[in-house]
Design a binder for this molecule. Structure first.
Ligand code: FMN
Length: 264
């Protein structure tokens, strides 16, 4: 075979290889995009189911095997405008994405550094809350909360009595604190201590807190420390204080207290 013929064969081979590579890439990218589009609704359904399950868990209404959608009918998601504490209809609370809204110039605000004790920098102006009913009577109110631990932003729910003053429970569903140290926030015995604690002292300032060491027996405000994880524990106190404070759900909690005939 002449040198010219050899060169032509090599060019033809390169051309065929290129065409094959481009075709395979094209088919693969079409397949990946198509499956992303097809799976998106299912992904959203699963996210919604996960959120409902966690809210039911915090409310003490979850048992393995229950029909989550059915159990969730006792829970009414509402959207709250944090500044006024009033319910709002600007969006569907079931699908409102507070994390996305936080970075939106219209729907989010920057938190001044001096107020940012949860170390989250921005927050949405609105937040979903979950009102739990039993025979049309409010049983509890569940607030989404988040803030910095030692390594990660911790996301959870704070369940309150309808007075907006007394805690029923605190549960995190996402964090990346160290196993055996910061992740003691997930220990059921530790979590159980939150039930019945008071959020505010007589001056109305957030007072419930995780102490270092053991809580004083019978204390209305103190929760046992997390041994070897004081920094995560401090993050928990700070994020609870931020979200129940005046620039978090404070105005909404005041409304609840007034409606419950509390001592506001
Ligand atoms: C590998 C490693 C992981 C740690 N993870 C955590 C953690 O998740 N949360 C935490 O508060 N402290 C964690 N610590 C310990 C902190 O650095 C710090 O010593 C501790 O919070 C102090 O708590 P103490 O006063 O109860 O000992 C970790 C330390 C190391 C070396």
């Amino acid at each position: 075979m002449s040198i010219t013929a050899l060169a032509e064969t090599s060019i033809e081979q390169t051309r065929l290889t290129l065409i094959a590579t481009i075709s395979v890439s094209l088919v693969c990218s079409i397949l990946v995009s198509a499956s992303a589009v097809v799976l998106k609704p299912r992904q959203l359904d699963n996210q919604e189911l996960f959120r409902q399950r966690i809210v039911l868990e915090v409310a003490g209404l979850y048992e393995p095997g229950i029909d989550i959608g059915e159990a969730f009918t006792r829970i009414e998601p509402r959207l709250v405008e944090l500044e006024t504490g009033a319910y709002s209809d600007i969006a569907d609370p079931a699908t409102f994405d507070a994390a996305e809204a936080a970075s939106d110039p219209e729907l989010g605000i920057e938190i001044p550094a001096a107020e940012d004790i949860a170390v989250i920098r921005r927050r949405a102006r609105f937040s979903p809350v979950y009102v739990v009913f039993d025979d049309d009577v409010i049983q509890q109110v569940i607030l989404p909360v988040h803030g910095a631990g030692l390594w990660s932003t911790m996301y959870g729910f704070l369940a309150l009595e309808p007075d907006g003053r007394t805690i029923r429970g605190l549960q995190f569903y996402e964090h990346a604190e160290t196993a055996g140290l910061g992740d003691q926030v997930d220990r059921p015995e530790w979590r159980a201590q939150w039930a019945g604690k008071r959020l505010f002292n007589d001056d109305g300032s957030p007072a419930v807190r995780v102490v270092k060491g053991q809580a004083q027996p019978g204390s209305d405000y103190q929760i046992d420390g997390l041994s070897g994880a004081t920094l995560t524990a401090r993050g928990v106190t700070n994020l609870v204080h931020y979200w129940v404070g005046p620039t978090g759900f404070g105005p909404y909690l005041d409304r609840l207290a007034r409606e419950a005939g509390g001592n506001e």
